[in-house]
Write a protein that binds this ligand. Sequence first.
Ligand SMILES: Nc1ncnc2c1ncn2[C@@H]1O[C@H](COP(=O)(O)OP(=O)(O)OP(=O)(O)O)[C@@H](O)[C@H]1O
Ligand SMILES: [Mg+2]
Length: 349
Amino acid sequence: MIDRASVEAVLNAIPDPETGKGLIDAGVPKGLMVAEDRAGFVIEVPANRTAAYAPVRDAAEAALKAMPGMARVSVVLTAETAPVGRKASLSPAAVDQGRAKAPVPTDRPAHVKRVLAVASGKGGVGKSTVAVNLAAALARSGLSVGILDADVYGPSLPTMLGLSGQPAYEDGAIVPHTAHGLKAMSVGLLTKSDDAMIWRGPMASQAITQMLTQTRWGTEDAPLDVLVVDLPPGTGDVQLTLIQKTPLDGAVIVSTPQEVALADARRAHTLFQRVKTPTLGLIENMSGDVFGRGGAEAEAGRLGVDYLGDLPLDASLRQAGDAGAPLAEGEIAARFDAVAAKVAQKLGL
Ligand SMILES: Nc1ncnc2c1ncn2[C@@H]1O[C@H](COP(=O)(O)OP(=O)(O)OP(=O)(O)O)[C@@H](O)[C@H]1O
Ligand SMILES: [Mg+2]
């Protein structure tokens, strides 16, 4: 377990080039996030100071990675950006200011018929892989589909769909990227860095609400049929805040067959029950010899939710994700087609 105090101590041992003080004392890290085995923060500096702070970012990243038990570190160096337009202010600083305002309304995104969450109780179970390939399968069935990467801990859509570059703004709306027939937005595209962005809870939900409601997902003439949202893994406060503020029509929960992952899937289902979002079903990922098989189906029975099918542990899925494209054909793509058909039917599409 990584704790905040030891992370801060490690960071404070690194001097801030501007003031000579330790990074923490100098107030350099913004949005410091410390979780069980991960930590991350943002360094935001004027554009002409990014070169001076690049070694600081590297030193901080290396020092945090060297901490025992640390699995993932993300230090993002961004240049302070002037707001591009009235609604285009998605920089962390701007998002942070928004915190003082009234609670964010749970607006539905305009011209989006259904919002579907892909969730998991536990990290690393293949939630993003499922979200991307399920979205692609829904698109293959003729629906118009968007995908929103709301995984503030580790946005993976930029890699899995080969997205890069900050989104454009037009008339105060964010123009989503288009990739593999999907409209796509990721919390990972909101910074200038290639690194993942890590947001504090309130910042995260504000940013995601903005991405949901201010992205031009569809138009009056061409509405989006379904927006797939890749939620951050886990069932903590961040997830609760996000799903409370996100108008979800249904959720699918991804689990591996192992007992530990299934217990987490149960917690995810409970979380959705709390916010009255129907769990459309459970998907078993990485099914097969290594992790066993059938656990998710049995668990779905115990929870009284539908079982949507299993996806084998298969190198082609990982390779497709690494290469930035969903699977387009073959046996596993066909399995996603079957899952997509059930999901579309449950969403009334
Ligand atoms: N069925 C599968 N067969 C083989 N590899 C898989 C499968 N599903 C996912 N993977 C691989 O496992 C890794 C984790 O998957 P993914 O990033 O989709 O998980 P996640 O639940 O979104 O993780 P995180 O909690 O970090 O967001 C990736 O390298 C992915 O390519
Ligand atoms: Mg993921």
